[in-house]
Design a protein around this ligand. Structure first.
Ligand code: 5GP
Ligand code: MG
Length: 177
């Protein structure tokens, strides 16, 4: 059982929408000439973001998913990153965009980037919807970031608290009551 909590809205659905349009423009200019971009979503938190993002891209994309170990029902990031589900497709020689929900300590993204680079993509960039710079322990920053946020535990727009609240259309912060 989780503790009692309330959710205060932090970023509205409208604000997320507008930001995704801007991010998509950046991605379009960066990957303009690409034959087909491989968009890699990190499960499970990025599934709503990736769905909205790819629909703003007006060129061919392939969508693939990778699942790295998360930290279950707790709110502390784990340093040990394990791959629970690998990509279905090959990325050697291809243009790849890794889509993450939140960069927190940075362990997850840096591990995933190292792994995927070892497969020799032609180009690999990263995008994170949210970034908590004050929590960083590994020196990594996504190529593009949606919003920098303070050190709060957030939910919604694909992001969960113990498998609840993923379907909220906005980003909210969890306040324990
Ligand atoms: P990192 O490896 O950067 O510490 O952690 C990244 C992962 O931790 C994110 O992909 C996300 O799954 C999880 N995470 C970090 N901050 C939060 C948060 O505020 N809420 C939720 N639900 N997950 C978070
Ligand atoms: Mg995650």
């Amino acid at each position: 059982m989780s503790r009692d909590y309330v959710i205060d809205q932090m970023i509205s659905a409208k604000t997320i929408d507008a930001r995704i349009e801007e991010l998509a423009q950046d991605i379009r200019s960066a990957f303009g000439g690409t034959e087909k971009l491989v968009v890699v979503g990190l499960l499970r938190g990025s599934f709503v973001f990736i769905a909205d993002l790819v629909r703003e891209l007006d060129f061919d994309v392939e969508v693939d998913f990778l699942e790295a170990s998360s930290y279950g029902g707790s709110t502390e990031s784990s340093r040990e990153v394990r791959i629970l589900k690998d990509l279905r497709g090959e990325i050697g020689g291809r243009d790849v965009l890794v889509v993450e929900d939140i960069v927190d300590t940075g362990f997850t993204l840096s591990h995933v980037v190292r792994l995927l680079r070892s497969r020799n993509p032609r180009r690999l960039e990263t995008i994170a919807l949210l970034d908590k710079p004050s929590r960083r322990e590994v020196d990594i920053k996504a190529t593009w970031t949606g919003f920098e946020i303070p050190d709060e535990f957030v939910v919604g727009y694909g992001i969960d608290y113990a498998q609840h609240n993923r379907n909220l259309p906005f980003i909210g912060k969890v306040r324990f009551s």
